[in-house]
Design a protein around this ligand. Structure first.
Ligand code: SF4
Length: 226
């Protein structure tokens, strides 16, 4: 926490969470149990949209059905498979670097029962992989196993900052991730992540937020001036 910045009280977080739920509902996204898939998807999602990411992912799985094959393939095969996702030269290297940094059997299921935090926790393990930061680690932990972490992407950071949940101009990694985790009640990680993301995509745009139509305008210190 920086001087002059005061995190929001729990009652404000509760009120915003409740209003977001009224607007967007309670997201249902059961953990899929596949941390390797989540790791690769987060690499593929950089600087592209969801559709192109998914096309690249499906082509990769068709051409190289096992993660061992992806790890051991000539990089050109991986690169060609993920070409529709863009930045395929960098992403193919990154995917193989991550897979080659994992244990030989590529097993990550131990994370399901392991502590998330701490020096020996699963978050620290993931963040030590090449090119993996807090957002990717949080995606793997939350979406694969429903563990306590919350990804802060550009939408969550922008909306959270405008609503006064997060300190303006703070770095994504680690400050905003630490702050978001601290203010998020246990078992509300998925809900807050998804609903802040939805609000950022649908209403609280980076340029010209639709404040006049915003369901949070009565609760927002940035209404009309974001
Ligand atoms: S009132 Fe405007 S700035 Fe505030 S959350 Fe809504 S769209 Fe974003």
């Amino acid at each position: 926490m920086r001087a002059g910045w005061v995190p929001p009280p729990a009652r404000r977080v509760r009120a915003l969470r409740a209003r977001l739920r009224e607007l967007y509902g309670l997201p249902s996204l059961p953990p899929h149990g596949d941390p390797l898939a989540e790791l690769v998807l987060t690499v593929l999602s950089q600087s592209t949209n969801d559709r192109n990411r998914d096309v690249a992912y499906l082509r990769l799985r068709e051409r190289l059905p096992t993660w061992e094959q992806v790890r051991d393939a000539d990089v050109a095969v991986v690169r060609d498979a993920i070409q529709p996702g863009g930045l395929h030269v960098q992403k193919s290297r990154r995917i193989q670097d991550v897979l080659r940094a994992l244990p030989e059997d590529l097993g990550l299921s131990w994370m399901r029962e392991a502590p998330v935090g701490g020096r020996d926790g699963s978050r620290a393990f993931l963040c030590a992989l090449p090119g993996v930061g807090r957002k990717t680690a949080a995606c793997v932990l939350l979406f694969s196993y429903g563990l306590r972490d919350i990804p802060v992407d550009t939408h969550v950071a922008r909306v959270g900052t405008r609503l006064g949940l997060l300190r303006p101009h703070a770095a994504l990694d680690p400050e905003l991730h630490d702050a978001m985790l601290a203010l998020t009640p246990p078992r509300a990680e998925l809900e807050l992540h998804v609903n802040l993301l939805r609000h950022g995509r649908r209403t609280c745009h980076a340029q010209r937020p639709a404040c006049a139509a915003c369901g949070l305008r009565r609760m927002c210190p940035k209404v009309g001036v974001a």
